[in-house]
Design a protein around this ligand. Structure first.
Ligand SMILES: *Cc1c(COP(=O)(O)O)cnc(C)c1O
Length: 355
């Protein structure tokens, strides 16, 4: 497939104050678009000026939630190199999400080349300050004009990009997490492993309730027994219990995070015992009470590592590691961000250079 490129004639002014970027409000000059229909497959791939898209109010995505997305970042090193972190993993996962939501597969190698081109064109939008990045949002929507409840016969795949601020403006800090016992995010056989907007719609209510109580995110338990730990909001979760680092195994209702996968590989390379297994919330409570729950942290592209300082389960409020950043959390954060921003060697070969 050929990639057409139409550059903007009206470049926007770039944000001058990188401390005020926030997240997801500012968009670069260009975007990637590609369409699908039965007779043509994926076609008309192009990079065009960022602009609103026209769509029928009857487009399937607006009614039945046929949508899939990804989240990744472009980083600028001190000497001006622009790079991506394991982007092929994002496109691989996106095709897995596509399959679950009945959206046709795409050519991952082509998309990676298109993304590199898009980032290269908008390279000046990658912010300069350590910790800031260019957030990249690939997504696909069903666009057929039809109110019939079936999978769409037309799709649009797009990539938009947004310069975003440092997640921890004041340095790495522990968060408070609320263990959700009423609402459920995903169930076996559902679509918890897919990165799709519907999973987020399902999670907003619990998120609001937790926020009212002063907690930043919820920890989900499994939808059947309501006792096995799954994940946190938009992050996977790890617990250091004694000498073992435990993270819930990928059981179909958990998103397979790329930061999770990378954290596991790094910790194993350090010789730590990392186990992917079922984790009963009661085991955490017991470990806490016996003083064996040493650390807890979330992993995700946005925060990289998010130390958990407090965990509330029913009436029990557990302070973990005295609400301070744990040793492994800090070390992992330094290693991962070091690789991403080019301060440490990319010994695993995870970096893809754009320019
Ligand atoms: C995106 C996401 C994650 C984290 O995945 P990364 O690839 O590490 O960014 C975890 N859980 C959910 C529900 C997510 O959507």
């Amino acid at each position: 497939m050929k990639l057409k490129i139409e550059l903007t004639k009206h470049p926007k002014e770039k944000p001058s104050d990188e401390t005020k970027l926030g997240f997801g409000h500012i968009f670069t000059d260009h975007m990637f678009v590609m369409d699908w229909e039965e007779s043509l497959g994926w076609h008309d791939a192009k990079i065009v000026p960022f602009a609103p898209i026209e769509m029928s109010p009857a487009a399937t995505c607006l009614h039945y939630g046929q949508e899939v997305f990804e989240g990744m970042k472009a980083y600028r090193t001190e000497d001006g190199e622009i790079r991506l972190f394991r982007p092929e993993e994002n496109f691989k996962r996106m095709n897995i999400s596509h399959d679950r939501i009945c959206i046709p597969q795409f050519d991952e190698a082509f998309l990676l080349e298109a993304l590199k081109k898009l980032v290269e064109i908008d390279a000046d939008w990658v912010p300069h300050t350590y910790g800031t990045s260019l957030y990249i949002r690939p997504f696909t929507i069903g666009t057929e004009e039809s109110l019939g409840a079936h999978s769409s016969t037309k799709y649009k795949f797009m990539i938009i990009m947004s310069p975003s601020g440092a997640y921890y403006a004041g340095g790495l800090a522990p968060v408070k997490i609320y263990v959700e016992t009423k609402y459920v995010r995903a169930t076996p056989g559902g679509m918890g492993f897919a990165k799709t907007g519907g999973n987020y719609a399902a999670s907003l209510k619990a998120q609001d309730v937790a926020a009212e109580e002063g907690y930043s995110q919820v920890l989900w338990l499994d939808g059947v027994h309501r006792k096995y730990v799954e994940e946190v909001g938009a992050m996977n979760v790890f617990f250091v219990i004694g000498d073992e680092v435990v993270t819930p195994s990928l059981d179909g209702s958990i998103l397979s995070g790329i930061t999770r996968k990378s954290a596991i590989e790094i910790m194993r390379s350090w010789g730590l015992k990392v186990t992917e297994r079922e984790l009963d919330i009661q085991e955490l409570v017991d470990a806490y009470k016996s003083g064996n729950l040493r650390e807890a942290f979330g992993t995700g592209t946005a925060a990289v590592i998010s130390p958990i300082g407090e965990l509330k389960y029913g009436d029990l409020v557990m302070q973990i590691n005295k609400n301070e950043i744990g040793e492994i959390s800090q070390k992992l954060y330094d290693e991962l961000t070091g690789i991403q921003w080019g301060k440490r060697d990319d010994t695993f070969g995870w970096i893809v250079k754009v320019k």
